[in-house]
Ligand binder design. Structure first.
Ligand SMILES: [Cu+2]
Length: 219
């Protein structure tokens, strides 16, 4: 019975690829989830979510058992398709359900202040090729999240793990072996991922909320 229940849960999840649960996504359309940008949802959604510049989680819900993930941001009221700034270089993760990309912070040198509007775009590898896209419209804030708020927006289902971090390229170009599309991250101002790409067989340091918060306190 337990097996049957788990199986039906997996079946019910397979259609949505992944969802961006926090900051609040523009929405999700299964038919257009593979359309750049934002999975076909072109309109800015209000109210925007307040998102701390100093380090905040991005809460996803994964519906494939293996996924490449990267997070980008575009500064401004309505970015169109200009997602040139990388917040989290491509990583490889395993597992279904809640997955928190923790302690995401803005690279230095961006001209932002408290209240600057921006849009976060999460890109994953496609199904089976290309990419999948979800966006959330945010207001950048210098206010940090309380420990409780951080925890409520940073959950990991048991068994979810990061396999590798700082992988070169973009998730929309890695699934099929095709040459990477430049659409998700034009090379212009994107922060280069640290070289090396450490393999983390168990868990990234930011994977769990409490650890992510501890890291945050050091900033
Ligand atoms: Cu899918």
């Amino acid at each position: 019975m337990r097996t049957a229940l788990a199986f039906s849960t997996v079946l019910s999840l397979t259609s949505a690829h992944f969802t961006l649960d926090w900051p609040t996504a523009r929405g999700f359309s299964d038919d257009t989830a593979g359309n750049f940008p934002c999975g076909g949802l072109d309109s800015v959604k209000t109210p925007r979510t307040s998102w701390p510049v100093s380090g905040a989680p991005v809460q996803l819900n994964m519906h494939h058992d293996q996924t490449r993930v990267a997070v980008y941001i575009s500064i401004g009221e309505d970015p169109g398709s200009n997602y040139s700034v990388m917040l989290k270089p491509q990583l490889s993760m395993q597992g279904l359900g809640d997955f928190c990309v923790g302690s995401v912070s803005l690279p230095e040198g961006l001209n932002v202040t408290d209240g600057t509007p921006a849009t976060i775009q999460v890109v994953t590898n496609g199904d089976p090729s290309g990419g999948l896209y979800q966006c959330a419209d945010v207001t950048l804030t210098t206010k940090t999240l309380s420990e409780q708020d951080y925890g409520s927006h940073c959950k990991n289902r048991t068994g979810v793990k990061v396999v590798e971090e700082n992988i070169a390229g973009n998730p929309n170009g890695t699934a099929s072996g095709d040459s990477p599309s430049q659409s998700a991250a034009p090379s212009g101002t994107a922060a280069p991922p640290p070289s090396g790409g450490a393999v983390l067989p168990t868990a990234a340091p930011w994977l769990f909320g409490a650890v992510g918060l501890a890291g945050l306190a050091l900033l």
